[in-house]
Design a protein around this ligand. Structure first.
Ligand code: FAD
Length: 481
């Protein structure tokens, strides 16, 4: 039998569960397919820089598959509802009798997959989905009452227990197969070429060198992080001016590296332990489990995929709708330097440091009191690692509307955050050239603390008074309790 492997957010050969199973079960070879869905991706607010990264990673995947004589076909199914027919026609063209894919967990993706399974099975194909994008299948990690966890710490403990019991197994790499010949003509099936741009996605202008595509780069990052940075991760991970984190998020989000590969390497760096051990690797393992947690939430609480709050009572909040303040936040001109530097770094690099995602999200939802959904969408439209589970989880955490969310009365002071996490103002000066001449700690509050310079600075006064804004947010949350 010959099998079709449908690649989605698993753009790799290494430790790819569906690919490995297909290679094992198919005596007449494996064919790969990827469906470009630009209209659907636009609807999902996927960022141009992320699509560019996917295309670069697809190119690397195609080259890696070519080495194994596995052709990668590229087809277009503009929207997800075109996927079943597109897959069936590829299967017929190439003589494939089975379809293998790794599962995705967002609502639209799950609906698409259910329709594809139904359509292809009805046409006589055997179809199999696999757990791969996560360490454990959502639905396997449940409370004693049989519910999905809504708090991270017990979820983490349960995951660690299950992973210890089962081990962290990796999928075997497929071996080189004989070239695939087309059923009718007998011609050798070749991989398709990839488009360099897609309709609806303008060039992002972000340096492709920042996010090189392909698994070789992902493995290089993992190796460099574990050999040079993980020991200091616990202390350095909150300081955006330091390059102290792995910057693997785009690779994990697109499946250019597997979470098992990352976890196994981290456990090894932690002397074989999933919990306890050295604080650096232990903390990093915990971040991988945060990613896992938010994927499970997508399945346990699908309403978060549909723009709804996890904590339903917070739907009653009447958010501010000031478009000018929203624009100032997006463009990095709020008058709070750390917030502005972070927002400008997002535009120039397609990525933002975790501490700054927390600070900017808290600022939008508490200081400006704007709806978290607006911020979530803006992030999605600009992030190279945009991922519904983690992005929604992070936003609902900051807005105090989500699982394990920040308590509504614990509101970051953007100036204190700036003093604490960018004490020398290095990050601020890197991204806000107009503040490079401001000396010392005045950089955290230039208009208030460098008044003589202020007249000459091309930098705005704070658009909101933090103290008053904090009161307003607390009162609004109290009102819905
Ligand atoms: P490291 O510190 O090296 O961590 C390793 C990996 O663990 C990351 O690559 C990521 O996959 C995972 N991880 C780390 N922190 C978190 C976290 N808090 N939640 C979930 N997973 C985590 N992450 C995304 O991948 N995509 C998003 O769209 C996204 N949006 C976010 C929005 C907000 C408002 C917030 C507060 C966080 C968001 N995060 C998102 C989580 C986190 O900020 C990034 O994963 C992290 O900054 C990526 O950098 P890194 O790869 O160097 O992480």
């Amino acid at each position: 039998m010959r099998s079709l492997v449908w690649f989605r957010r698993d753009l790799r050969v290494d430790d790819n569960t569906a690919l490995s199973a297909a290679a094992r079960n198919s005596d007449e070879g494996v064919v790969g397919v990827f469906l470009l869905s630009p209209a659907q991706w636009l609807e999902h607010d996927d960022a141009p820089c992320k699509i560019e990264f996917w295309l670069r990673s697809l190119e690397a995947l195609r080259d890696d598959l070519n080495e194994l004589n596995i052709p990668l076909l590229i087809r277009t199914a503009g929207r997800f509802d075109e996927a079943p027919e597109a897959l069936l026609s590829v299967a017929r063209e190439t003589g494939c009798r089975a379809l293998h894919f790794n599962r995705e967990y967002e609502v639209n993706e799950r609906r698409r997959d259910a329709t594809c399974v139904e359509h292809l099975e009805a046409a006589g194909l055997s179809v199999q989905g696999f757990t791969d994008h996560v360490l454990l299948e959502p639905g396997e990690v449940l409370t004693q009452a049989g519910d999905f966890y809504s708090v991270f710490t017990p979820f983490q403990r349960r995951c660690a227990g299950l992973l210890r019991e089962r081990g962290i197994e990796e999928a075997a790499r497929p071996s080189r197969q004989d070239p695939i010949r087309l059923p009718e003509s007998g011609a050798v099936l070749k991989s398709d070429t990839l488009p360099s741009v897609l309709e609806g996605f303008p060039r992002s202008g972000i340096d492709p060198g920042l996010w090189a595509g392909g698994e070789e780069e992902a493995h290089r990052r993992l190796e460099r992080f574990l050999s040079q940075k993980v020991a200091g991760y616990e202390d350095g991970r909150d300081l955006p001016a330091r390059d102290a984190t792995s910057r693997l998020s785009p690779y994990l989000a697109a499946g250019v590296i597997s979470p098992r590969r990352c976890l196994r390497a981290a456990v090894k760096a932690n002397g074989g332990r999933l919990e306890g051990g050295h604080p650096g690797p232990e903390q990093w393992i915990s971040e991988l489990l945060w990613r896992e947690f938010y994927q499970h939430i997508l399945v346990g609480h699908p309403r978060v995929s549909m723009h709804r709050a996890f904590r339903e009572e917070t739907e009653a909040i009447e958010w501010n709708d000031d478009d000018e303040q929203f624009a100032a936040w997006c463009e990095g001109r709020t008058g709070y330097p750390l917030v502005d530097a972070a927002m400008r770094s997002l535009r120039t690099t397609g990525w933002m440091h975790n501490r700054l995602r927390m600070v900017t999200a808290m600022f939008l939802t508490k200081d400006l009191f704007l709806d978290w959904r607006r911020g979530e969408q803006h992030f999605m439209r600009h992030l190279v690692d945009g991922d519904l589970g983690s992005n929604n989880g992070g936003w609902q955490w900051a807005a105090s509307t989500g699982t394990d969310a920040a308590p509504y009365f614990r509101i970051f002071n953007p100036v204190s955050q700036s003093r604490r996490y960018d004490p020398e103002g290095r990050f601020i000066r890197e991204h806000l050239p107009e503040l490079r001449e401001v000396e010392g700690s005045a950089v955290h509050e230039p208009i208030a603390k460098a008044p003589l310079l202020a007249g000459g600075l091309d930098y705005p006064s704070p658009i909101v008074d933090h103290g008053k804004a904090r009161e307003r947010a607390i009162e609004a949350f109290k009102a819905i309790r």
